[in-house]
Structure formats: C-alpha cells, structure tokens
Design a protein around this ligand. Sequence first.
Ligand code: DAT
Ligand code: MG
Length: 149
Amino acid sequence: MEQTLILVKPDGVQRGLVGSIIKRFENRGLKLVGMKFILMTRELAELHYAVHEGKPFYESLVAYIISGPVVAMVWEGEAAIEAARSTMGTTNPVTASPGTIRGDFGMEIGRNLVHGSDSIENAKKEVNLFFAPGEIVAWRRETDSWIRE
Ligand code: DAT
Ligand code: MG
C-alpha cells in the first residue's frame, strides 16, 4: 500500500479551502493516516524542496511555503501517489483540468494550493521529513470493501 505526503499550502489555508481540499482526497477513496497543522521552518522548507535548489523559482517557492501555516497529511491507498496527483491537477493551475483541485481553485503556478509526492522514493522521504513513525495511524476503515475490490 502506498503512502503520499500532501500539503495544503499557505494560500489554501488563507483562502479557507482546507476542508474543500481534504474532501477531494476523501471522496476519491484515499485513506487519511496522518495530519498536522504547522508553520514550516525555513530549514524544513529547504529540505522539502532540496530537489529544486538552484532553479529560478526556488527562493520564491521557499518563501511561499513558509509564508503561513500549512496542513500536512499522509494519505494511503493503492497507487496513492498517482491518484493524489491526478486529483491535484497539473503543476500550473492554468492548464489543470476543471474538476481537479488546482483546476478548480487556482490561477498561477506560484499559488497552486497543494503539494503531493511524485514518486514512491520521494513519498517515503517526505513522509519521514514531516511525520515521526508514531504519528502515522494504522486504522481499519469500515468502507474499504466498497472502495477496493
Ligand atoms: P509539483 O508541485 O506539481 O510536484 P514540481 O515538483 O515540479 O511541481 O515543483 C514544485 C513547485 O515549484 C510547484 O508546485 C510550483 C513551483 N514551480 C515548479 N515549476 C515552476 C516554474 N517553472 N515557475 C515557477 N514555479 C514553479
Ligand atoms: Mg513536486
């Protein structure tokens, strides 16, 4: 079973979209196994976005993610990483399909509302960066047999 790290970024929190964004993942059938509301430190932001260091948008990306609180979550499911990313929509909200989070709520790449891990390897790293093992909750969901064959 895959796990993926999802962030509601500061614009999502400021705009009162936390509930709407979480609902998209719940509706999809992903299972929530970890959640916290935090103000990311610059140190955490730099570790999280280390792969983008040196790119022209890196400084503004770090400034954006630490500009206000975020909701950090771990969602679990079969192919959770790809399912979450298709629910989020493309990186640039301008090209994201209507029906996706970015396509329904966003207008610019620098205010794209959500983060989602992009590979199994990165998901493991990111989950460990934001959550201690004891903060991930293994639980039995009664609806699982209606969501998974
Ligand atoms: P994603 O968030 O879809 O995984 P990414 O990992 O390539 O996208 O980039 C991380 C974030 O950096 C992205 O959410 C928005 C920002 N970003 C990416 N490419 C950008 C660009 N060309 N100009 C400005 N910001 C960019
Ligand atoms: Mg990414």
